[in-house]
Design a protein around this ligand. Structure first.
Ligand code: NOJ
Length: 536
């Protein structure tokens, strides 16, 4: 083991991969992916060079929000398999020297969870205060103006006990009251349950939502709201999210993790960068990786991306480890946002930046958002705001494995239709094609993992303009690399004034380029990205 490997932990060195379990691999012919299906595909992940797998929720759930409405935190939904299947999955992942990250959804439960059933049964039930109950205003209206992410008010009236309860998402997802120590303890016990089993960490759902203003003040209006946006965006959620007390909760969760060996937590947090970095916590005792969604939220323009990357690097606390994401199950896929040619450039960016990359399943073969006919929409966000095109189904379609029926995903009717082109675009076909997206991902990962400069080295910006951006990566005592990306469709020259270089192209989005030696000037084709090993 070399010096760098010793200093950095697995969640810093490695590559993460998100699986949306409904859509990865069906093993029991019900059209929905499951745990045994994932086991069947672990060799693909190992081959690709993945170090850790994050699986979206697999717990018992009425599926109002496809598993993000949990009715039992320590069970497995029969749709996905049994606890034995889970144990086997964990073992098979560990046998392959990979890690397993579970999705933890502590902010809200399902309305079918026994905790909520008890809480709503009467005002004096011992669990009443486990959720956020509030009297109506004198005129009977909601306690304040807070909105639900999936449309409408965040308050739901309970006829029986004559109070409102708060739900940041669907009314079937009541928010827990994290100011209550019993709730805190119950969720820490949930964490321990899975950690005791050997799970390597958690991706914590909507971490910045967990504590709300204790005065329940109205949120201010968003002066930049436009009608195409989700109704939730009419207000700025300054009182319903990101409250200072949340950091104490995150610290407590971290303490649980730290009482085990080398476990970790990624926080799902959609906040501006200066706020995001506070989730690393005081002395880095918060989330190991507050998810950084800048490559999703920043317009795909060279200058803006270069600036965003540098702002992030500059905002990180000392010892705060960076991370990067291009897509996830809530967002349009990278190929659909920037196009197929730029998606290759994006892959190079994701896998050469400093910090842990998370790959969303299917991005490695350039899967695109799939158009879902109106009457097949399943996502509540799409169904509740039908005129806004906000359904997340297009980015959640079944994985395209091969050119057999349903892409090898299932031999039944898939729960969501596949892309029409799955017979052409799939893992099997792309594995055999050196020019495919899959080959590009595989080679980028391989090189990144071989070269300390790429997986743990320093990042230095070199140049950016309207078309391109360039940076170097360097770990002491190792060869330096330079990444030059053309974010436009037109050719351009890379001729930095204050940086002279000589190097060989070792990887390129157009592999024909590889092996070429350049010094000080490079002419790049449109949509081209190159990675050079620099001479000393
Ligand atoms: C964030 C999850 O990523 C999303 O899929 C879900 O709908 C909400 N949290 C509510 O749990």
């Amino acid at each position: 083991m070399n010096e760098e490997k010793k200093e950095h932990l697995w969640w810093q060195n490695g590559i993460f991969y998100q699986i949306y379990p409904r859509s990865y691999q069906d093993s029991n012919s019900d059209g929905v992916g499951d745990l045994n299906g994932i086991i069947k595909r672990l060799d693909h992940l190992k081959w690709l060079g993945i170090s850790a797998v994050w699986i979206s929720p697999i717990y018992p759930s009425p599926m109002a929000d496809f598993g993000y409405d949990i009715s039992d935190y320590t069970g497995i939904h029969p749709l996905f398999g049994s606890m034995n299947d889970f144990d086997k999955l964990l073992e098979e992942i560990h046998v392959r020297d990979m890690k397993l990250i579970l999705d933890l959804v502590p902010n809200h439960t399902s309305d079918q969870h026994p905790w909520f059933q008890e809480s709503k049964s009467s005002r004096d039930n011992p669990k009443r205060d486990w959720y956020i109950w509030h009297d109506a205003k004198p005129d009977g209206s909601e306690p304040n103006n807070w909105l639900a992410s999936f449309g409408g008010s965040a308050w739901e009236w309970d006829e029986q006990t004559q109070q409102y309860y708060y739900h940041a998402f669907l009314k079937e997802q009541p928010d827990l009251n994290w100011r209550n120590p019993e709730v805190q303890k119950a969720m820490m016990d949930v964490m321990r349950f899975w950690l005791d089993k050997g799970v390597d960490g958690f991706r914590v759902d909507v971490m910045w939502h967990m504590i709300k203003d204790n005065q329940f003040r109205d949120n201010p209006i968003n002066p930049d709201y436009e009608s195409h946006m989700a109704t939730y965006d009419q207000l700025l959620p300054v009182y319903s999210t990101d409250q200072p007390e949340v950091h104490e909760i995150v610290r407590m969760m971290r303490e649980v993790l730290d009482s085990y060996d080398e476990r970790m937590m990624i926080g799902e947090i959609y906040l501006p960068i200066q706020k995001l970095v506070t989730y690393y916590g005081v002395d880095n005792k918060g989330a190991h990786l507050p998810f950084n969604f800048m490559l999703i939220s920043t317009p795909w323009e060279a200058k803006k991306l270069a600036s965003a990357i540098d702002q992030y690097e500059g905002a990180l606390p000392e010892e705060g480890w960076p991370n990067w994401v291009l897509s996830n199950h809530d967002q349009p896929r990278i190929t659909s946002r920037v196009g197929m040619s730029q998606a290759r450039v994006a892959a190079m960016l994701l896998l050469t930046l400093r910090g842990t990359p998370t790959i969303y399943y299917g991005d490695e073969i350039g899967m695109r958002d799939v158009p879902i006919p109106f009457d097949e929409v399943q996502d509540p966000q799409g169904l509740n705001m039908p005129d806004k095109n906000l359904s997340r189904d297009p980015a959640r379609t079944p994985m395209q494995w091969d050119n057999t029926d349903n892409g090898g995903f299932t031999d039944a009717k898939p729960w969501l239709r596949l892309a029409d082109n799955f017979r052409r675009e799939n893992v099997k076909v792309q594995k055999e094609d050196t020019f495919s997206m899959l080959s590009l991902y595989k080679r980028l990962i391989e090189l990144r993992q071989q070269e300390p400069s790429l997986h743990v080295g320093d990042y230095s910006p070199i140049y950016s303009d309207n078309q391109m951006l360039a940076f170097t990566r360097h770990a002491k005592g190792h060869q330096q690399y330079m990444v030059v990306l053309n974010l436009s469709h037109r050719p351009c020259y890379f001729k930095p004034k204050h940086f002279s270089f000589k190097g060989t192209v070792v990887l390129a989005t157009f592999p024909e380029r590889e092996g070429t030696v350049y010094s000080n000037t490079i002419s790049l084709g449109g949509d081209e990205g190159i990675l050079l090993r620099l001479d000393d």
